[in-house]
Design a binder for this molecule. Structure first.
Ligand code: IMP
Ligand code: MG
Length: 204
């Protein structure tokens, strides 16, 4: 059984995600297939690279990074960076972006590929691109699993996109719903009305 049933409120919500899952937008086999294609394309494009670094934006992109990395056949290093753009309970980016954990690698002269879960307003990515470009990488590109382009406020270049998705709040496969459900193997759409009605009364 994937989830325990000992009964804390959080666990009850965990077991009941089906109640507010309105649809599975991208199923596991579709994710696998597309990520294999992205891995192939990236391996082709970076075959001449002498110093190739994947930069994973925590926490949402971690599932994507580990699967994508295993589909990339050229040598590459990985590093991680954590950004906060909006807190638990909020459904849209505040535009206030800050680094909560920086890279440990010096990226100067490296071919850097940023791996992101989803590009929504574009605020987070725009901030990361500006910051990393000041560190003089040899190249700086972006691979995003999901692109919610209707919501864009800041234009951002995305060289590799997994899926374009409609303007719906999604969760699973790294993406969280108030920090939960990153472990689900698919991308699901949240029925926000049902979710609000079911969640703990003290939550924002
Ligand atoms: P942006 O700065 O508005 O582009 O937001 C990007 C970040 O917001 C992503 O890295 C995600 O962490 C989060 N985000 C945006 N849309 C969703 C969603 O539908 N589900 C879960 N997280 C999301
Ligand atoms: Mg994220």
């Amino acid at each position: 059984m994937p989830y325990s049933s000992s009964g804390s409120e959080e666990e009850i919500i965990m077991q009941e995600y089906q109640k507010y899952l309105s649809e599975i937008l991208i199923c596991e086999p579709e994710l696998k297939k597309r990520i294999a294609e992205l891995g192939e394309e990236i391996s082709r494009d970076y075959q001449e690279s002498k110093d190739f670094l994947l930069v994973c934006i925590l926490r949402g992109a971690v599932n994507f990074l580990t699967d994508l990395s295993r589909q990339i056949t050229v040598p590459h290093a990985m590093d991680f960076m954590a950004i906060s753009s909006y807190g638990t309970g909020n459904r849209s980016s505040s535009g206030v972006v800050r680094i909560t954990m920086d890279l440990t690698t010096n990226i100067s002269s490296k071919d850097v590929l940023i791996v992101e879960d989803i590009i929504d307003s574009g605020n987070t990515l725009s901030y990361v691109l500006d910051l990393l470009s000041t560190r003089k990488p040899k190249s700086l590109k972006v691979c995003a699993l999901l692109d919610k382009s209707e919501r864009r406020e800041v234009p951002v270049p995305i060289q590799y996109t997994g899926f374009k998705i409609p303007n719906k709040f999604v969760f699973g496969y790294g993406l969280d719903l108030d920090e939960l459900f990153r472990n689900l193997p698919f991308i699901g759409v949240v029925d926000l009305e049902k979710y609000q009605a079911l969640k703990r009364p003290n939550d924002s």
